[in-house]
Design a protein around this ligand. Structure first.
Ligand SMILES: Cc1cc2nc3c(=O)[nH]c(=O)nc-3n(C[C@H](O)[C@H](O)[C@H](O)COP(=O)(O)O)c2cc1C
Length: 332
């Protein structure tokens, strides 16, 4: 069924298809057709946090926290809303999102388009007031494009203070390839400054860090130290890659589309080996959230075997539809 709907949706530009799908899904939730199944609650405890199940929604699918009922209804256990910046921003000029269907991949250079902290705070407060206890909402935080890197910690600090009331965890995103210079914040001193600022404002909230698959090794060198200092609690592996050579069938197409991060199936082997390396060489203890190219139960099992405690999906949902969540939750 989703195959047919997908073929129709894929006739639309990707961003329109995205909003149309989620708007329709929201309606289905409102009239009670789309409802969370009780049996998808399989409570787990990871790093001192409790999750209804191990399957989450990756950052970027719901930048403004407008579709939380949908994610909960299709059975996900948690979400990273955002990435949110202090002030609203438009992101890069369109088109900035491209399907690479032959590779089951996506190229994006969205550039943190979002409605800003105040708007997202209100959406999350509304959802919190509904009183559900079976869906965990976290917020991915990032800096505004025009904030220079030496002041970036101020943006993260502001967001931590704003979101602490409505977020169950915060994710420090310093790994998107689509904000110039952002990934430089993965350097030890910059990251330490950001984490310290965030912890000062929201010490009670677990902090996650999301890493780039292109620059992970230098970060791995100092992560255990920051973890021991209590500056973060989970690591998310990984964000998108800028390496177009991982594409088997659509590399030329991707070159034509221009710069951006690649997600989806081709990212899977990369992320898997990064998680294995993390477990073998960096830490057996730090909780890992695995994300990148998960399209099936078999993929999820490989992620857990490699050492992930939780998983997240994004591109798999675009290609396979909402039934992917249920498939992944039922697969242990
Ligand atoms: C269109 C798009 C927008 C994204 N936006 C964000 C974002 O705002 N923040 C972030 O941390 N990751 C973002 N990501 C990365 C995803 O959360 C995820 O790490 C990556 O896509 C790999 O997972 P996947 O292969 O399941 O898509 C985005 C990905 C896509 C495709």
């Amino acid at each position: 069924m989703y195959r047919l709907i997908r073929d129709l949706l894929f006739l639309l530009p990707p961003e329109q298809a995205h909003y149309l799908t989620l708007t329709i899904a929201s309606l289905l939730v409102k009239i009670g057709i789309l409802r969370r199944k009780e049996e998808l609650n399989r409570w787990v405890e990871v790093g001192g946090m409790r999750f209804p199940n191990r399957v989450g929604i990756g950052a970027g699918l719901d930048k403004n926290g407008e579709f939380l009922e949908v994610w909960r209804s299709i059975g996900a256990g948690f979400i990273e809303v955002g990435t949110v910046t202090p002030r609203p921003q438009e992101g890069n000029p369109k088109p900035r999102l491209f399907r690479l269907t032959k590779d089951y991949a996506i190229l994006n250079r969205m550039g943190f388009n979002n409605k800003g902290a105040e708007y997202v705070y209100r959406r999350l407060a509304e959802f919190r007031d509904k009183g559900y206890d079976d869906f965990v909402v976290g917020v991915s935080i990032g800096k505004n494009k025009d904030t220079p890197n030496n002041l970036a910690h101020k943006d993260y600090e502001f967001l931590a203070e704003k979101m602490r009331e409505v977020a169950s965890f915060l994710v420090v995103n310093v790994s998107s390839p689509n904000t110039e210079g952002l990934r430089d914040l993965q350097a030890k001193e910059s990251l330490k400054t950001i984490l310290t600022s965030v912890k000062e404002k929201a010490s009670e909230i677990p902090l996650w860090i999301k890493i780039s698959p292109d620059e992970y090794r230098r970060v791995f060198e100092f992560l255990p130290e920051l973890y021991q200092q209590g500056l973060f609690q989970f690591v998310v592996l990984t964000n998108t890659t800028v390496r177009k050579d991982i594409l088997k069938h659509s590399r030329e197409q991707a070159e034509r589309y221009g710069r951006g991060g690649i997600s989806g199936k081709p990212l899977f082997p990369m992320v898997l080996s990064i998680i294995k390396e993390f477990r073998e060489k960096v830490s057996e203890e730090i909780p890992v959230v695995g994300v990148g190219g998960i399209f099936s139960c078999d993929d999820a099992k490989k992620m857990y075997q490699a050492g992930a405690n939780l998983i997240e999906v994004f591109t798999g949902l675009v290609y396979k539809g909402n039934s992917l969540i249920e498939e992944l939750v039922r697969c242990e």
